[in-house]
Write a new protein. Structure first.
Length: 275
């Protein structure tokens, strides 16, 4: 495989980025035994040495192929099983060092849950939903930890029912999970995206100031509207031409960026900052 063709492919880039996020989110440090040996960019020798392609032809394709009952095979085991010629000993040591570096052991290397899943291949169907369920399953211990943390903080137990309700709240304002569902500015309303971007009373002077300035600029009255603030759409925009609409949309984007900069703070951005 020529990797250079993939380096400029933005879809593959974003898949890899998402995958890395999932990996770090779930603390999945373990190495996949489905990793290919030949032409594997993270195993540098294999990108320089075409000898590993020969391994592939002999049937040693993935890290998993190097294992015997979960343990890293000895060189003679590989020779016997795959007919590997003895001049491959150096390559064997290289790949063994690579595996050891990432798994920190050469014994009891078990497939990750993800490995099990990917091994199912396309034939099984529902791969996406299985994958999703696995991610959910993986994430549940961490909410348990969160719950324990809160219970300690509150000095009392949180019932299953209450915990479920609070998780739903957390999901609603998913920008910052594991924080209080209450708004950090007014401390009275739930910090939904709608609230935190536009409805919070503490933000009213900021947004009304901006609407006042824009109204003066266009000699027309722009009503303050959450939809306009958050999504930049509104029936009010029909009276403006394309250029004016663009200008307005920039104005709201800058406003939202300022709100984001003050997201976790008790303070609010000023209209002066926006200007
Ligand atoms: Zn608020």
């Amino acid at each position: 495989i020529d990797t250079s063709t993939y380096n400029e492919n933005c879809i593959i880039h974003s898949i890899i980025r998402t995958w890395k996020q999932i990996k770090s989110q779930f603390d999945n440090e373990s190495m996949s035994i489905l990793l290919p040996i030949a032409k594997n960019p993270s195993f540098v020798p294999s990108t320089l040495d075409s000898g590993y392609i020969q391994w592939k032809e002999l049937g040693i394709r993935t890290i998993g192929d190097l294992l015997v009952d979960g343990n890293f095979a000895s060189f003679s085991q590989l020779q016997a099983k795959f007919g590997l010629h003895k001049h491959n000993h150096f390559r064997y040591l290289q790949v063994r060092a690579y595996v050891k570096k990432h798994t920190h052991t050469l014994e009891n290397i078990i497939p990750t849950e993800f490995d099990e899943l990917f091994k199912l291949g396309g034939g099984e169907g529902h791969l996406i939903s299985q994958f999703y369920n696995m991610l959910l399953l993986r994430s549940s211990p961490s909410t348990q930890g969160l719950r324990t943390g809160w219970e300690q903080e509150l000095g009392s137990e949180i019932s299953d029912e209450l915990w479920k309700a609070s998780l739903e709240n957390i999901h609603k304002c998913s920008v910052f999970p594991n924080t209080s569902p209450l708004c950090d500015k007014c401390h009275t309303e739930e910090a939904t995206l709608l609230h935190s971007y536009s409805l919070c009373t503490k933000l009213t002077p900021f947004w009304s100031g901006i609407f006042k300035i824009l109204s003066d600029m266009f000699h027309t009255e722009l009503r303050m509207e959450p939809l306009l603030i958050i999504l930049g759409v509104s029936g009010q925009l029909f009276q403006f031409n394309k250029r004016q609409q663009q200008l307005l949309s920039y104005a709201f984007i800058i406003g939202k960026k300022l709100v984001l900069m003050f997201w976790k703070k008790a303070e609010v951005p000023s209209v002066k900052l926006w200007l």
